[in-house]
Ligand binder design. Structure first.
Ligand SMILES: [Zn+2]
Length: 878
């Protein structure tokens, strides 16, 4: 699976010892499955086969009959079958109707109704479609009234569609038949064997699948537009809603898919495990994408935008590769339990970037990874609530507590480091051996590490302990002196984050030294070194010319925070634009930004550097990062709500830089979109807002920027955020023009962001109404829009009461809701008062669910950071 929202997943937490799996006498009456109950069940059950029959009408309810056959080891206790909130019509076991207990979460079959050996349980039921993106989600297209469905099961939502042993270590085959309206396509893991006419419907019959974990199986149905490409080794199809068809570019999808399949077959040395490659662009998706075997789903809000920029195309390519990597690592070989989720996601994140860099036109994907995923991992790993990569997951309620930057990006960075440590070919061979050994089975972290270790001929247990079972990021620094113009006594030091996280780690990095020559920073020495412990002598550096800059993680092999020595920091600050290598330039920008975040470099100094250097940035990928940092600087300024001349001038200077950037890149659409995006983000003066409004009605020429529907909405949202004259009417007018799903979502965002106390109160009420008739996808949009940073005063009006409501909301809502609510709606307004309020809540609200508790702690820490950055300003305070 790929994450949808880049920056908001920040969490972690205390770790308990893993509960020893043991047979529980009776399963607790809850919606969730504990690891103990899951392992007790899989110890008794084997050889599972499902025969699934569905009747889909497009209405709000669907009907199904499931026959599940399995071998049972003993009849000493009952067997439970997961089925969430269905109306059960009948249950029979081995052909006989039986009375069962059903508690809305699982069916309990009495031992007396079962036999030792093979059993078949048949359940007929009905259920409402889900509308929150899990189970069999149903969506009515507002543009044309057509109904679309798709399934999403990870981690444990297959039970929202059919009765199932919903745990990854009970792999099974699935034989599917579906009755659906005549104009629908039905897509699942295998291709249909036949489609029969049945009155107003058609009946689809599919081949049995290979053995899959329930969360890897899927079924999608609706009047989707379909594109096909059979030019490669495997048939490929792409699906999207009909009303979106115009903005889909199937050729891009097929080209990258074909390249990826070739790359992975070659890299893994194992043929693609499924017979066809279907990809569906689906609405209301909770995440970025999902690797369902042979029928992958993608979030249309992210991957089906009109006129994609080069950056958006690169992100699409990386996510295609990420989900493709899972077809082997995840679907062919699967984690035994949800504590293995990180390995699944880390590996796919790592391979997704590798495949993109090596088999497509996006050669700088590792640079993009450094700028994005890796930075998110560093940020999260420095929070008080960070957690080790490998953590116990006591129950399915906690399965997604850790879908975050540690799981995806720190894990991916760690595998990247391991590849450097072991050597590229040894690493590849080890992965091949692992996939061959555990094909169509489940495996654990130990299985993976043991196979890599055996291939490499080295014991990796120490490495595993340091990297996977201990949280935190080490800081590395170069220490040396110079005499007679030469380096002497060069050592590389590493420091632990603190007493709570004392681990030092073994790591292979490159240490590089640079000198200013002819106005450029030139590489004079590069030494690969494997270090461990607090201090490692790097003898090969001694004798090199005394440098102007030393960077101890050159080319980003390592996972470490780099602390530049004073001279190097000064060089970075003044010579940014003189460094040719864009990855190194990205790292120097990052060092400066780290300085801001740690309240060591005043934000006003950083902004001054940015105003001088950002306009000169010629690397498209890095420009995105730099302008992102500029936008974050503006967000900090907004959150501080400074009423000073400097703040006003700075705001205007940022607007001017952004607009000049738009003008300077006329004719270069991708660069222009970056600059225009910044302009829309930082515009707050009446003149800038008027200019934006003018681009909507064509009165202002945006220097050739094509203001498409998506951009129009972004502008309308921004104008509303600042209550620009006439902006409220724009929402209505635009909604009348654009009746698409994306348009409706954008209208919600614009309306929620208006700086109006009454409207805020209404939106908060709608957001917190757990029975809201609004689709959850819209509620999520409202959560993310209702309190932009400059509206701290409005946020304050409800802040005390809202924070006080948190425990009750946490208790009443499920994890899907809280994963969005807890990262957006806990009030933090960048004042000492707000910090105190959060600190009090952290002291008193100890019984929150794990994810919500971590979000509260992280919100507190972020608010403290904002206050510290404000205190570190050296700009005039008048
Ligand atoms: Zn994934």
């Amino acid at each position: 699976m790929a994450l949808a929202i880049a920056s908001t997943f920040v969490l972690g937490g205390a770790v308990q010892a893993a509960p020893a799996p043991k047979a529980a006498a009776a399963r607790a009456d809850t919606a969730y499955l504990s690891q103990a109950d899951a392992f007790a069940r899989s110890a008794r059950i084997a050889n599972v086969d499902y025969v699934l029959d569905f009747t889909l009408t497009g209405k709000e309810t669907f009907a199904g009959t499931t026959s599940v056959s399995f071998d049972l080891k003993d009849v000493a206790s009952a067997v439970t079958l997961d089925l969430n909130k269905a109306t059960v019509k009948s249950v029979s076991v081995n052909g006989k109707p039986v009375a069962t207990r059903y508690n809305d979460w699982f069916i309990t079959i009495a031992p007396a109704d079962l036999v030792k050996g093979k059993n078949t349980v048949t359940v007929a039921y009905e259920r409402r479609h889900s509308t929150n993106g899990e189970g069999l989600h149903r969506m009515v297209d507002p543009a044309d009234g057509r109904v679309y469905t798709y399934s999403h099961f990870e981690p444990a939502a297959a039970q929202q569609m059919f009765p199932v042993f919903d745990q990854p270590d009970l792999k099974a085959s699935y034989t599917v038949s579906v009755t659906a309206p005549k104009d629908w396509h039905v897509v699942t893991t295998t291709r249909e064997t036949k489609v029969d006419e049945a009155g107003a419907n058609r009946r689809w019959t599919f081949k049995p699948t290979r053995r899959l974990s329930p969360y890897n199986f899927s079924l999608h149905a609706g009047p989707y537009q379909v594109w096909e490409d059979n030019s490669g080794k495997y048939p490929m199809r792409l699906f999207a809603r009909q009303s979106l068809a115009k903005q889909v570019v199937p050729a891009d999808w097929f080209r990258q898919t074909k390249a990826g399949l070739g790359f992975f077959e070659d890299y893994f040395g194992i043929p693609y495990p499924f017979e066809k490659y279907d990809q569906l662009i689906v609405p209301d998706f909770l995440y970025g994408a999902m690797e369902n075997a042979g029928a992958i789903t993608f979030a249309e809000a992210r991957y089906s935008v009109p006129n994609m920029t080069a950056d958006q195309k690169q992100s699409l390519t990386e996510v295609i590769m990420h989900e493709m990597a899972h077809q082997w690592f995840g679907n062919l070989v699967t984690m035994k339990w949800w504590n293995g989720l990180w390995l699944n996601e880390s590996f796919a994140s790592f391979m997704g970037v590798l495949a993109t860099a090596e088999s497509t036109e996006f050669k700088d994907s590792w640079q993009k990874f450094y700028q994005t995923g890796k930075q998110r991992a560093y940020i999260q790993d420095q929070t008080a609530s960070t957690h080790p990569i490998e953590v116990p997951v006591p129950s399915t309620a906690n399965a997604f507590d850790n879908i975050d930057a540690i799981t995806y990006s720190k894990g991916g960075s760690t595998l990247k480091q391991l590849r450097h440590l072991l050597g590229e070919e040894v690493f590849r061979k080890g992965v091949h051996n692992y996939l061959v050994k555990y094909s169509w089975q489940n495996a654990t972290l130990d299985d993976f590490i043991d196979t890599l270790g055996q291939t490499a001929g080295r014991d990796l247990s120490g490495w595993t302990k340091e990297w996977l079972y201990q949280a935190g990021v080490n800081t590395i620094a170069a220490n040396y002196s110079c005499s007679n113009g030469k380096i002497k006594d060069f050592t590389l030091t590493q420091a632990a984050p603190g007493k709570e996280l004392p681990t030092l780690r073994e790591q292979r990095v490159q240490v590089a030294a640079f000198k200013i020559e002819d106005g450029k920073l030139a590489l004079v020495k590069n030494v690969p070194v494997t270090y461990k412990g607090a201090s490692t002598a790097v003898k090969d550096m001694n004798g090199a010319a005394c440098p102007d800059l030393v960077y101890p993680n050159y080319q980003d092999w390592g996972y470490a925070k780099v602390q530049l020595d004073q001279r190097s920091f000064g060089t970075a600050r003044t010579r940014l634009a003189q460094m040719d290598d864009p990855l190194l330039r990205a790292m120097l920008w990052q060092s400066l930004w780290d300085g801001v975040r740690d309240a060591k470099l005043p934000l006003n100094d950083f902004i001054a550097v940015a105003l001088n250097n950002a306009p000169q940035e010629k690397d498209y990928t890095l420009l995105g990062d730099v302008l992102g940092k500029v936008a974050q600087s503006k967000s900090y300024l907004d959150a501080m709500r400074l009423d000073t001349a400097w703040a006003k001038q700075t705001s205007l200077a940022l607007e001017k830089m952004a607009w000049d950037g738009v003008l300077a890149h006329k004719g270069s659409a991708d660069f222009q979109r970056r600059w225009f995006g910044l302009y829309v983000g930082v515009a707050s003066s009446p003149e800038a807002l008027a200019r934006l409004a003018g681009t909507l009605d064509g009165k202002v020429d945006a220097a050739g920027v094509q203001v498409n529907q998506e951009l129009r909405w972004t502008i309308i949202g921004h104008l509303n955020r600042y209550d620009h004259a006439g902006s409220a009417a724009l929402i209505e007018a635009e909604s009348a023009r654009d009746k698409s799903d994306a348009g409706l979502a954008a209208a919600v965002a614009a309306s929620a962001s208006r700086p109006d106390a009454k409207a805020k109160a209404d939106w908060v009420q709608r957001i917190e109404d757990l029975k809201s008739p609004l689709p959850f996808s819209r509620i999520r949009v409202a959560m993310g829009s209702v309190f932009p940073p400059e509206q701290g005063k409005l946020d304050e009006q409800d802040a005390d009461a809202r924070l006080a409501r948190l425990p009750a909301i946490d208790k009443a809502a499920g994890p899907v809701y809280m994963r969005a609510y807890a990262v957006t709606m806990i009030p933090a307004t960048c004042t000492p008062h707000s910090v105190q309020r959060l600190a009090r809540a952290a002291d008193t609200m100890k019984d929150l669910s794990a994810f919500t508790r971590r979000s509260l702690l992280d919100t507190l820490q972020n608010d403290q950071r904002c206050v510290a950055i404000k205190a570190a300003l050296t700009a005039p305070q008048q």
